[in-house]
Design a protein. Structure first.
Length: 394
């Protein structure tokens, strides 16, 4: 059922929610092993640290293939490409569910990462094409809502299911959900043509488009900062004597993220720049609280809420900014954004581990604060292109 938007226009909610479900599947498939490591490692006959690399190789599959595959499939019909990417998840999660060999599981996880690269480069642009220009930000916000839902509800639910019925059941459930989504896409999602051969954007040329480089810089550094703390939040809280409250802290973060997505989705068509600045400021304030006065558990919860409010809308803001700045090269800009996003996630895990060994978990919020400052500076400086006060499509 469509929902009313601005100027009396309608949002195709049923179709957009299918995209949100696709985002949910991509996000949850990536992070699900984190809650199932002990059981998976026992079944596969490897250590927990080796099993943890199933998350790394997923990100690697996305990083290595998002840009080249996006270029290779630029001429495909969009619906055909969306169905192909989701089918990739069904195959990868099924193989993961039945595999008893570590090497086979790693190959399946790499394939899932490849499918994710295709999906992420496609989904935001798909949501934009479904609606009028003034509703594009709201449409992307609905599609990107799958991210916090996966982190806030999907990971805990998948972990619980794995504990009750076995980790393989959790991955089988992902397959079943993906098959349902494939039918949903066939029924509800409109089709659009790909780019003609002469119209396909070049990646290097896209970097020269005004505004694209600032958005990509903000993506790389902001996601890096966030991941350093998020990936090691359990270690950080344990250092504060709050290790048993990790679930509650993440729940507060997730709820605040959902509120953030709703706020951004409602106002992004008029206030993309304002919300981008506010997001960086909120994350910086949260990091400052955690770095200086986190001895009080109440303030940790406050910081988690501010962090979620700042971070929740960031995927929508950056996807929208990249699409606006890229213009006719929006798909290329999105593909580069997806690649840098995953590079930052992988880098955040590595840098966080080094910081934990060398400086302890107390260094995480200080690092986030230091990295957030240039993010804020670039957003403020990119007032004409990248993060303009007035969107060209508004």
């Amino acid at each position: 059922m469509p929902a009313a938007g601005t100027d009396g226009q309608r949002l195709p909610l049923f179709a957009l929610l299918s995209l949100a479900t696709a985002v949910f599947i991509t996000s949850l498939t990536e992070t699900l092993p984190a809650g199932l490591l002990p059981a998976m490692s026992g079944s596969l006959g490897v250590s927990e640290s080796a099993t943890g690399q199933t998350v790394t190789i997923y990100a690697l599959g996305t990083v290595l293939t998002a840009i080249p595959l996006s270029s290779m499939t630029a001429g495909w019909r969009r619906k055909k490409l969306l169905l192909a990417s989701m089918a990739g998840f069904a195959v990868a999660n099924t193989v993961t569910a039945v595999s008893s060999m570590y090497s086979v599981t790693m190959v399946a996880r790499f394939i899932a990462g490849v499918a994710a690269g295709l999906a992420w480069a496609l989904l935001a642009g798909y949501a934009r094409r479904m609606v009028a220009p003034q509703l594009q930000g709201r449409a992307i916000a609905i599609a990107m809502a799958g991210i916090p839902v996966a982190l806030c509800l999907g990971v805990p639910a998948g972990t619980f299911l794995g504990q009750v019925a076995g980790w393989r059941t959790a991955f089988w459930s992902m397959t079943v959900l993906t098959v349902i989504l494939l039918v949903w896409i066939v029924v509800a999602v409109p089709d659009y043509p790909g780019s003609k051969a002469g119209e396909r954007p070049k990646m290097l040329a896209t970097l020269k488009v005004p505004g694209v480089t600032p958005v990509l810089f903000v993506t790389l550094v902001f996601v890096l900062a966030h991941t350093i703390l998020y990936a090691y939040i359990a270690s950080f809280l344990a250092g504060l004597g709050m290790g048993d409250q990790t679930g509650l802290v993440l729940l507060i973060f997730g709820i605040a993220s959902i509120v953030s997505i709703w706020l951004v989705g409602a106002q992004i068509h008029r206030r993309l720049r304002l919300f981008s600045i506010a997001s960086a400021l909120l994350v910086a304030v949260a990091a400052l609280l955690l770095a200086t006065i986190a001895k009080d558990p109440l303030l940790v919860y406050v910081a988690a809420a501010l962090w979620g409010l700042g971070w929740g809308g960031v995927p929508t803001l950056l996807q929208t900014a990249a699409g606006d700045a890229g213009g006719e090269s929006a798909d290329a800009a999105q593909a580069m954004l997806v690649t840098l996003w995953n590079v930052a996630m992988a880098g955040g895990g590595v840098i966080g581990g080094v910081l934990l060994d060398l400086s302890g978990s107390g260094s995480f919020p200080w690092t986030v604060l230091v990295l957030t400052l240039p993010v804020l500076g670039v957003i403020v400086a990119a007032s004409k292109h990248g993060f303009p006060a007035q969107r060209a499509t508004a």
